[in-house]
Structures are given as structure tokens and as C-alpha cells.
Design a protein around this ligand. Structure first.
Ligand code: ADP
Ligand code: ZN
Length: 219
């Protein structure tokens, strides 16, 4: 299965992708994580992305599309993927469709995790992430058991450089202007599933799984 996760920054794409990856045995491809890895390794790609990420802007399509399309041709993606953070605008969605079509594949469903703007702001300002396994925590709603340490792997938690109020606001503006049109893009071709993204992590995960199964057996 080829899935796209759509949602504003803070909608819970990363959290839900981690659950879905396990349940559905798919590879999790997060474009933001690919950029952050490149950045921490100091590669050319990382350097190209850095300034855009810090400002909350999209990294240019030519860089992003190549990075993701290269990644999804790796052997671990053959059984299916969950794309988290890509596509983020119509041009990226079209490039993805073309690349998959060339392999006689296609996106099965796009899951839009819908969350109010007030809730998004609240979530992003208290977000902490594991340096090693990327597991997300929130200082109020889902703190780690030991302060500053990941429950899953024990590694150090950190706050992303772009999780500050000013950059968060910019990322939300970019989402509504550039990424939200993808809701229509996938809805037009009957691939959109919209899920209410407020509530417990488990409930939201269960909603997504239920929606995917219903739609699948109806096909
Ligand atoms: P979030 O969804 O919380 O904003 P991500 O980790 O998905 O976080 O992305 C962080 C940053 O990486 C974005 O603000 C952007 O600069 C860059 N980025 C990630 N994915 C893309 C993409 N598909 N196209 C362009 N830039 C991207
Ligand atoms: Zn961890």
C-alpha cells in the first residue's frame, strides 16, 4: 500500500506514521527527517535545505523531489510506504504520481489528519523529539517518563530549531497556502480520507486504521 499523510505541522503525522508503519508493515519516509539527517551529517543536501527550514519555508521542489524519489526506490519500499511531509505542494504531488506511474504503481490513499489551528500552536510549542529514533513527546500532554530521555531508546530529547513561535506561525501559513490544496487534489480522484486529529494518539490511530479498512473492502 502507498499512503500519503497530509496534515499541518503538529497534526501528528509523525506519531501516526510510526503506528501505521508497524501495523501495516510499510516503510516510513519523512521528508523532514531526511533533511534533518542530511543536515546533521553536513552533506550538500543538508546545507541546501538549512536556510529554508530555519525560516519555516519549503525547500525548493527540485531538491526535495529528487531526494524523496531517490529514497522511495530503495528496496525497503517495495512492499509499500507511508509518506509523511511529502508531497507538500501540487508540483510535488504530480511528480510523485508520475514516478509511481512509471513503476506501474500509484498512491492508494491520502489520509488528512485535521486539527484546529489553536491546537496546532499548543502542540508545537511544547514538542520534544528523540535525537535517535525521532519519537515525539509533549511537555504537557505526553511527557517522557524520565525528563529529557526517550522512553523507547533512552536517548536524549531535543527541541527542533524550527519549533519556535515565529517559525511555527510561518510554517502554518505555508501549510494553508501550499499544502492544503492537496486535500482537493486527492479528494478529486477519490483517494482522500479525512480523520479528526484531536483526541488520544490511540484513538486517532484507530480512526485511521478503521477508515483505511472500510475504504479498502469497498473497493
Ligand atoms: P513539520 O511538518 O512539523 O513542519 P517536517 O519535519 O515535515 O515538519 O518539515 C520540516 C521542514 O523541512 C519544513 O518546514 C520544510 O522547510 C522542510 N520540508 C520537509 N518536507 C518538505 C517538502 N516536501 N517540501 C519542501 N520542504 C520540506
Ligand atoms: Zn528514542
Amino acid at each position: 500500500m502507498y499512503l500519503v499523510l497530509l496534515g499541518a505541522p503538529g497534526a501528528g503525522k509523525g506519531t501516526q506514521a510510526a503506528t501505521l508503519t508497524k501495523e501495516l508493515k510499510l516503510a516510513h519516509i519523512a521528508s523532514g527527517d531526511l533533511f534533518r539527517q542530511a543536515l546533521s551529517k553536513g552533506t550538500e543536501l543538508g546545507l541546501q535545505a538549512k536556510a529554508y527550514m530555519e525560516k519555516g519555508q519549503l525547500v525548493p521542489n527540485e531538491v526535495t523531489i529528487k531526494m524523496v524519489l531517490d529514497r522511495i526506490t530503495a528496496p525497503d519500499c517495495a512492499a509499500g510506504i507511508i509518506l509523511d511531509g511529502f508531497p507538500r505542494n501540487v508540483e510535488q504531488a504530480k511528480a510523485l504520481d508520475e514516478a509511481l506511474k512509471a513503476q506501474k504503481k500509484g498512491i492508494d490513499k491520502a489520509v488528512y489528519i485535521k486539527v484546529s489551528e489553536a491546537e496546532l500552536l499548543k502542540r508545537l510549542t511544547g514538542r520534544w523529539i528523540c535525537r535517535s529514533c525521532q519519537a515525539p513527546y509533549h511537555e504537557v500532554s505526553s511527557p517522557s517518563r524520565v525528563k529529557g530521555k526517550c522512553d523507547k531508546c533512552g536517548c536524549e530529547l531535543y527541541q527542533r530549531a524550527d519549533d519556535n513561535t515565529e517559525t511555527i506561525k510561518k510554517r502554518l501559513v505555508v501549510f494553508f497556502a501550499e499544502t492544503a490544496p492537496l486535500i482537493e487534489y486527492y479528494s478529486k480522484v477519490g483517494k482522500l480520507i479525512e480523520v479528526q486529529g484531536e483526541g488520544s494518539m490511540q484513538d486517532i490511530g484507530a480512526r485511521i486504521i478503521a477508515a483505511l479498512k472500510v475504504k479498502k473492502s469497498n473497493n
